[in-house]
Design a protein around this ligand. Structure first.
Ligand SMILES: Nc1ncnc2c1ncn2[C@@H]1O[C@H](COP(=O)(O)OP(=O)(O)OP(=O)(O)O)[C@@H](O)[C@H]1O
Ligand SMILES: [Mg+2]
Length: 454
């Protein structure tokens, strides 16, 4: 019986049936023709059934279907559709439900694209990123962060930051960001393998719309290059001061001795003055080298290109170098391509030759060989300076172009070197848009190749 009343149509049918019988009985009491009365009632009943059937299939059934579709949309299936062909109010309802699902689907797609873009940016940014909630739990770490601190995302996500991060500066920055509710900065260095990296860390508080602290984003920025430059700058100043102090101390010392009565002995006076002259000469060379470097490093530096014959240029510098080589019983040879012309800054190219041959002579023991070869390809002039000298250990090779870098400071000082020669050569090659290679074997010798555009 209960089942019968479940469907609204049955409920209405029974209700109408009762109503009809009731109305019929009243009419029967008024009119005694029972057959007509029942026939009338039966027709009434059939009509009612047809009407109710029409209402059920035209309205109640589609509304039920519409309710199911809306439920599905509510559950996140934005592709759910409700088709009803009629042009009445149900048709309009179906049109609006489909438009709603289409709009929601488009919004969802847009959101998906946006969040994909955001996660691509977060994952590929050059900074390490960590998102921490107000209780201190980590919600997000990006790839760069993992590169910096190791492990994988699952070792951080869902954990309290102070349980998974050891770095003290990280702790302090996060604590202060939460405490003062404003951006906080810090710096720390950190080893990845054997390499030392420098990082800047910035804690940024996040607030909700009621301006209550919701957590913090921690951004970790690699400042290794910047730090290296800073260290290089400091080293440079220290090196220059050091290199200048040595000759100045010497000059001052000998001048003082002379002033304090040393002038009497002619021979000593001459010897002291010679030392003073040599030391001033050394200082002048150092200052000239520094000026050359600073000019070459200036962004606005322009090379003066002119055409010249390479052999003539080399012939001009060889005699002085030959004297130096002969003093050490070194065999200096040269092999220059005939009639080779190049377009470059003549004075600067001269410096390349002088510096490279000078090094070869300085770092080759007596009775060794130094050779210079110059030839050309269609695009380049190839300068090659070889020696049979002391060579350079592999581990020192990457550093020898740095300003003031000398493999063996004591030995280099004896040759009067300050460690600027190769730095100057490298800069000259760079401003000419050429390239440079160096091969070396300890106790066998060194070969430097320079390629300059013609
Ligand atoms: N041909 C070479 N053989 C062995 N070591 C070399 C050679 N050329 C350079 N070096 C090493 O590289 C270092 C840097 O060379 P660089 O020419 O820049 O400086 P320097 O010769 O010491 O001084 P400067 O050239 O400024 O007078 C040298 O101190 C030396 O240790
Ligand atoms: Mg040198």
């Amino acid at each position: 019986m209960k089942e019968l009343f479940k469907k609204p149509i049955n409920r209405y049918t029974v209700l109408f049936f009762v109503l009809t019988v009731f109305t019929g009985a009243i009419i029967a009491t008024v009119n005694n023709n029972i057959i007509i009365l029942f026939a009338m009632l039966a027709i009434d009943y059939i009509i009612l059934l047809v009407v109710l059937r029409f209402i059920y299939s035209g309205y109640i059934k589609p509304i039920k279907k519409a309710t199911e579709t809306i439920k599905e949309i509510g559950n996140g299936n934005y592709r759910a559709k409700f088709h009803h062909p009629s042009s009445n109010i149900i048709g309009e309802l179906s049109y609006n439900i489909n438009a709603l699902s289409r709009n929601l689907w488009e919004i969802a797609i847009r959101e998906e694209i946006k969040s994909e873009q955001l996660s691509t940016i977060i994952e590929n940014t050059e900074n390490g990123l960590v998102l921490i909630d107000e209780k201190g739990y980590i919600h997000l770490v990006n790839r760069k962060f993992i590169n910096m601190f190791g492990n994988s995302a699952k070792d951080y996500k869902g954990f309290l930051y102070y349980n998974v991060m050891e770095n003290k500066v990280f702790h302090k920055t996060v604590q202060n960001t939460f405490l003062y509710e404003r951006n906080m900065k810090g710096e720390f260095s950190h080893y990845i393998g054997l390499d030392k990296y420098y990082y800047e860390i910035i804690g940024v508080p996040i607030f909700n719309e009621k301006n209550r602290l919701k957590g913090a984003v921690v951004v970790i920025h690699d400042i290794t290059e910047l730090k290296k430059h800073e260290i290089m700058r400091k080293d440079f100043v220290a090196n220059v001061s050091h290199e200048l102090r040595t000759p100045i101390t010497s000059i001052k010392g000998f001048a003082e001795t002379l002033l304090e009565g040393g002038l009497g002995d002619k021979e000593t006076t001459h010897e002291f003055l010679k030392i003073i002259y040599n030391e001033s000469d050394r200082m002048q060379l150092l200052i000239e080298d520094l000026l050359t470097l600073s000019r070459l490093e200036n962004e606005n530096f322009q090379i003066v290109l002119n055409k010249f014959n390479v052999k003539e240029l080399v012939d001009g510098i060889i005699p002085t170098l030959k004297i130096k080589a002969e003093k050490k019983q070194l065999h200096l040879t040269r092999d220059i391509e005939e009639n080779l012309e190049m377009k470059a800054d003549q004075e600067k190219v001269k410096q390349i030759f002088v510096n490279l041959i000078d090094n070869a002579i300085n770092y080759t023991p007596e009775d060794g060989k130094v050779s210079l070869t110059v030839n050309s390809t269609s695009d380049y002039v190839h300068i090659k300076v070889s020696d049979t000298g002391i060579g350079i250990e592999k581990q020192n090779l990457p550093r020898i172009f740095e300003r003031f870098y000398r493999v063996d400071k004591a030995r280099s000082r004896n040759t009067g070197g300050t460690g600027l020669g190769l730095a100057i050569v490298k800069h000259i090659v760079e401003v000419h848009e050429g390239k440079m290679e160096l091969e070396s074997e300890v106790n066998k010798g060194t070969t430097v190749h320079v390629y300059l555009p013609r």
